[in-house]
Write a protein that binds this ligand. Structure first.
Ligand code: MRU
Length: 347
């Protein structure tokens, strides 16, 4: 099943598996305008750092239909407008800005191309971004599986599989590769409050892939570790700073601290498109704050008094010192230091 798909030629459209409908319904969303893609990213119909980047790359094409036969000045102005617009859809996952920058570089390097040829070239680039993401998932799976012990219980947080990428996933690719290598792993998935990406999406992916798994609530993670059921923790990331500090779904920081307290290795799997080497540490990673209704009125029912104050940061930052290793498509970064990040990611 393709979760992100460009349908047709340069005048085509973007089809997304609508993640807000899962696990009850498998519904696809046809995006024909940049506004459709912006809305899909903002309300998490498509989510997960790499998937957001791939969708935005295709989303740019949708904003260039009206300038197919215009001058390059008009084309470039339209590109600037749609890229600025899509860049505002969500703030934390750097893959969004990375994909837009890659598309912008193509425009900048093609001054001698007609608008019509450049549109074709941009579609090719978006397809390459998608194909490369798929390859990066496979490579992370190969590198990461070696770190997972035989028979391990592995805890994960949020959702990192085929829904969150164009391929088999980031952390999920590692779980899948370990499973396929016959390592007899058992995955514990945190439900991931408040939007339940673990319960709705990771549980669904585990079933789709026949990986043995158990769903727990976020607050059970420490006790399950204490009971000896967890031998490794692995998550994805939305943005990793030059020193290895890593932003990921809210709750990841707590899980990393719990892993440290129980002497359990804590891994993050992320492609190089998730690294933001312009930020020296995680302190300057922008953290998305979402509508408090997600906490107090989740999934159609009022679960807290409307009058209570609520705070809803969607991500947190795990300091590098709590991360045993970063698994990338270029290799494993261990120990996680500024030097090692630069060596593997920029090298
Ligand atoms: O708010 P979301 O669901 O987009 O958050 C996603 C995550 O935090 C994932 O763990 C992350 O993007 C990394 S792996 C795809």
């Amino acid at each position: 099943m393709k979760t992100i798909e460009w349908i047709g030629d340069v005048d085509g459209h973007l089809r997304l598996l609508d993640q807000t409908a899962l696990p009850e319904k498998t519904e696809f969303l046809d995006c024909r305008t940049p506004e459709d893609v912006f809305g899909a990213i903002r309300r998490l119909s498509v989510r997960g750092a790499p998937a957001i980047g791939v969708s935005a790359a295709y989303g740019l094409l949708l904003g260039l239909k009206d300038v197919a036969d215009t001058s390059r000045e008009e084309f470039d102005a339209a590109f600037d407008k749609v890229s600025t617009y899509l860049a505002e859809s969500r703030p934390t996952a750097v893959n969004l800005f990375w994909a837009i920058a890659r598309m912008r570089d193509v425009v900048a390097e093609s001054n001698d191309m007609s608008s019509s040829d450049l549109r074709q070239r941009l579609l090719e680039e978006a397809r390459e971004i998608e194909a490369e993401d798929r390859e990066m998932c496979n490579a992370m799976g190969r590198f990461g599986a070696e770190l997972i012990p035989e028979g391990a219980g592995v805890l994960t947080h949020c959702n990192t599989g085929m829904l969150a990428t164009a391929g088999t996933g980031t952390a999920f690719a590692v779980l899948l590769a370990a499973h396929q290598a016959g390592k007899n792993i058992h995955v514990y998935a945190d439900e991931t409050r408040p939007l339940l990406q673990g319960a709705r999406l990771t549980a669904w992916e585990l079933l789709q892939s026949n990986i043995p798994g158990t769903l727990i609530t976020d607050s059970m993670a420490g006790w399950v570790m204490k009971e000896g059921k967890i031998q490794a923790v692995i998550t994805g990331s939305d943005r990793i700073a030059a020193n290895g500090d890593a932003a990921n779904k809210i709750g990841t920081y707590s899980v990393a601290l719990l892993a440290k307290a129980h002497n359990i290795p804590f891994y993050i799997a992320a492609p190089s498109s998730t690294f933001d080497l312009s930020l020296p540490t995680g302190e300057s990673i922008p953290i998305e704050e979402r509508d408090p209704a997600e906490i107090g009125h989740g999934f159609g029912r009022q679960t807290a008094p409307k009058e209570i104050n609520m705070y809803n940061p969607a991500f947190d930052v795990t300091p590098a010192e709590y991360i045993t290793a970063l698994i990338t498509e270029k290799g494993v970064i261990q120990p996680v230091t500024t030097e090692n990040v630069a060596k593997v990611v920029a090298g």
